[in-house]
Design a protein around this ligand. Sequence first.
Ligand SMILES: Cc1cc2nc3c(=O)[nH]c(=O)nc-3n(C[C@H](O)[C@H](O)[C@H](O)COP(=O)(O)OP(=O)(O)OC[C@H]3O[C@@H](n4cnc5c(N)ncnc54)[C@H](O)[C@@H]3O)c2cc1C
Length: 480
Amino acid sequence: MIHKVDIAIIGAGPAGMSLAQSLVSGDEKTRPPSVAVIDEQKDGGGQVYRAALRQAPDLASVLGQEYQSARPWLQEASQNPDIQFYFRTSAWNIEPREDGVELALVSAGRNWRLRAKRLVLASGAMERPTPFSGWQTPGVMTMGAAQTLMKDAGLVPDQPLVLLGSGPLLYLFAKQLLQSGVSIQAVLHTGPRGLRAAAWAAFWAALPGNFSPLGKGLLWRMQLALARVPQVFNVAEVVAQPDPQDTAGGLGALRYRVGGHWHTLQTGLVLVHDGVVPNTHLAAACGCSLTWDQQQACWRPELDETGRSSQSQIWALGDGARIMGSEAARWQGVAMAPALLESLGYQPSAANLARCQEAQRRLAPLQRLRRFLDAQFPPAGAFSEISDDTQVCRCEAISAGEIRRIAGLGCSGVNQARSFTRVGMGPCMGRQCGASVAKVLAGAQGKPQSALGYFTVRLPLKPVTVGDLCALEADAPASG
Ligand SMILES: Cc1cc2nc3c(=O)[nH]c(=O)nc-3n(C[C@H](O)[C@H](O)[C@H](O)COP(=O)(O)OP(=O)(O)OC[C@H]3O[C@@H](n4cnc5c(N)ncnc54)[C@H](O)[C@@H]3O)c2cc1C
């Protein structure tokens, strides 16, 4: 039997959790009978509050006050008996139907189907890919992956490391590493030391209502300086070099260029970060129109002011809709609830409407803050000028030179590039390389990146085993 609910939400981060809570907060007349939240993590919290519900107190204090204070709220939401939770569950197929959507899900080897009248994508962000020569070398990893290991498994690097890139999360993670006793050899910033000229106006506009987050950012920068970590600014080009003595080919050195001068830093571990972009894989898979966001240089789902996509039964919010940060994701959940309820014929309660108004008010300064962050931390040139020897697709080992070669043969878009070279056909399914392939093709053909489109998404959306596929269960697993 196919399990049926009124509203299914993919993603139990701040956006998905706050939406679910708001939806079930009214009385029986004003709320839908069934709301399900699906997430592949072990419990609620998303990327930002990953493992917050089961975190050891000493690590929770390293992860910060905001992380710790989310715990009671997450606990309350997770124990709400009116929400069906399906954790350790991946959505690997979404089929839009006339009267809703049908999801194919896999939970610990159990393969099952769920039908919902409305689907909400709260699937969050992923790190912006950072291709550079040698980035496939063991010892180069993304900063987000390292932070995930810290939050989820309490693991921190046992060797000195280099941080490379830009963005507020780089400063936050530097602070978390220092507090964990990790030695940071250097921070190589792809941006300038101070505010960019283009960011000043946005900074003054963001200041009212944002003293706390801006002050926190300043504090993280001061902590880095006080720890006397060497910092280099305006890094324009990077090359990772394997250690010739290491038979496993691990990282030996990082070469980087500032202005006209190249420098070499001996290191065995580099953590790279260049901001985050919406994870649009699910939206693209279910045929929602995407739009190019010039300010954040990425694709995002095209949504109306309530969060409804071009597929009327599918909605999206949080960082998966547009990068706005965790606090905004939480308020967006509150703001979306009344319109979503109305779309199903329910009259939202007065309390829900009042909270929606409050959420709109809270979102206004956060939008100004985001405009400042976008202006101060644009995608770095160090990862945009992709050299011929850079592997743009690490799954299939396809270089930028190969993409330029097929561009010269008349390859007209990313999907044709896939047929020509197998680019985007590996385990990441193009999530990591799609933007880089489009950038290289666009550069070679003198077109804007937005003109090259994005990979058509193929099923399954997540790696599933043949065993999982064969084990199609009749009923949903128990929620919770
Ligand atoms: C690696 C990384 C680390 C970050 N760390 C921080 C941080 O420390 N502090 C901070 O302020 N911000 C951090 N951010 C930014 C932060 O993620 C967001 O601002 C915030 O979490 C957005 O909330 P959200 O609810 O929109 O999405 P998220 O919190 O990202 O939640 C999305 C959820 O969707 C689930 N999901 C996605 N696809 C599927 C699928 N197919 N099937 C099932 N479940 C799925 C994910 O498992 C995830 O739990 C980080 C971002 C990334 C990418």
